[in-house]
Design a protein around this ligand. Structure first.
Ligand code: ADP
Ligand code: MG
Length: 208
């Protein structure tokens, strides 16, 4: 007999394969576009689809609809690091821990946008630097929270930048997912020394 768990895993596997096909098609199309802006936009779309595929792949390896998000965060970091080969180093500190699938998918998309921005806007061509993702599980047992910061040591935000109204599609996606879907808060501030710090505070289920 095929169990319900095995069926769900198989479905996640198929969804992952289909998303990877979509990403591959977008990548092929991106290669044929001569305009830099057009190509970059399609490459962003490839990574957006890719980050959702990463979550489904992880879900296809698990029995329940929960995932160890640290693995996902590391894979998203590796995927986004391809924007700036070798020059800017990404790393994770702390633990995201176990998250429900409903949290993991929007969070992986948010992380993708924020990391893409750090690499695309935080540094000039040829700059070296670091982008650090740090995660802490906090709050009380009744009201558990996940605190995530993404900090770069790059050039910093533009003059007069308001993270709650500014931006294009990327920040719109971040605000919609964090404040709408995840019921959390989002902010962007200048990092203490230099660069930018993005702060996410998200309600989650207790880890254990
Ligand atoms: N880490 C960062 N360092 C410097 N500027 C940033 C950073 N993150 C976001 N920004 C600014 O926010 C703007 C909006 O980002 P976004 O909405 O993702 O649109 P896009 O990436 O397409 O420009 C960027 O164009 C950039 O000016
Ligand atoms: Mg962006």
């Amino acid at each position: 007999m095929i169990t319900k768990d095995a069926t769900i895993r198989e479905i996640h596997h198929r969804v992952k394969n289909n998303l990877q096909t979509v990403a591959a098609l977008l990548r092929l199309q991106a290669r044929r576009i001569e305009s830099d802006r057009g190509r970059e936009a399609l490459e962003e779309a490839v990574r957006r689809v890719g980050s959702i595929a990463i979550v489904h792949e992880t879900l296809s390896q698990n029995l329940d609809e929960r995932v160890e998000f640290d693995d996902i965060a590391d894979r998203v970091l590796a995927m986004v690091a391809e924007i700036s080969p070798g020059k800017v180093t990404g790393r994770r500190t702390g633990r995201f821990g176990i998250l429900d699938a409903e949290v993991a998918t929007p969070l992986s998309m948010v992380l993708t946008e924020v990391l893409q921005n750090a690499l695309e806007h935080g540094f000039r061509e040829g700059d070296t630097g670091t982008v650090e993702v740090s995660a802490i599980r906090g709050g009380t047992t009744k009201e558990a929270r996940l605190l995530v910061t993404v900090q770069d040591d790059g050039i910093g935000l533009p003059e007069g930048f308001d993270p709650h109204t500014a931006g294009n599609l990327g920040l719109q996606i971040v605000r919609t997912l964090v404040e709408g879907e995840l019921g959390g808060t989002f902010d962007m501030i200048p990092a203490p020394e230099r660069g930018t710090r993005v702060i996410l505070d998200i309600p989650v289920r207790a880890d254990k």
